[in-house]
Design a protein around this ligand. Sequence first.
Ligand code: SF4
Length: 292
Amino acid sequence: MNATPSDVRQFHDHSRHWRDFRYVYPVISRRARGLSIGINLNPDKRCNWNCVYCQVDRTAAPVVEHIDEQRLFDELTCVVGDATTGTLWREPSFVSTPHGLRLMRDFALSGDGEPTSYPRFAEILDRLLRFRKACGFERLPVTLFTNATLLHLSRVQAGLALLSNATGRVWCKLDAGTESSFQRVNASRYSLEHCLNNIAALGRQRPIEIQSMFMVYDGAPPPDEEIAAYIGRLAWLVEQGTRIERVQLYTIARPTASQHCAVLDDDALERLKLKINAGIPALNVESFSGAT
Ligand code: SF4
């Protein structure tokens, strides 16, 4: 029997802690429709945004501050080996995974902060691509989750060039249409305009995806003017020649550190999707409900 998303308990369990590992964590991902091998390049929990919906508990001190790259790749070797041999699926946290989801889908550079802030971002990406080839998974995508703040840096662009030459995907966050909303939701020392310019510059070079979180904030859904401004920003990106393969609309699916935000219901997400497509019909928009 095919599992529906709401059948799958693991979709709600995106813990970045597995066994005694420090950097690598396997998750069953709804966006990947299977096993995503997460790599946390920010175990120190530092981030240059402070999103109101962030799931990282920064009240607890980090277990590790620095990345031991050899250990990271030892952990990767172990997870890939366990997924390949089937050992992973016998573990208590994975044993109930439906068979249709027991497929390795991607390596995901995500974690407890902005992955591109890791100073050796390009070097570790280079090693990851060589690792992937050595294990025989050259076609397995590497997905970078980014808030786009640092995409203009040459050291980050060196890593992005490696991704473009491989099976790489870049998913950029865009959660707001106005600067005031951006600062309320993402709390950054960078401006919305800076991030948009970085997204446009990258999207002119290679296809990207946009990930947008919408939620109920202090009991209220996003106001109409904010939605209109957000759609205006998407339209601007398209006008700039940004190749947007997909806009992913999602809402809160797991507990957040802040009490301000709550899940946006499926109907509101669907209405948002329809509004975007009414304004920009060519855009591929997909929504992921908070219940999945
Ligand atoms: S960018 Fe990601 S890690 Fe950083 S605060 Fe926002 S949700 Fe958390």
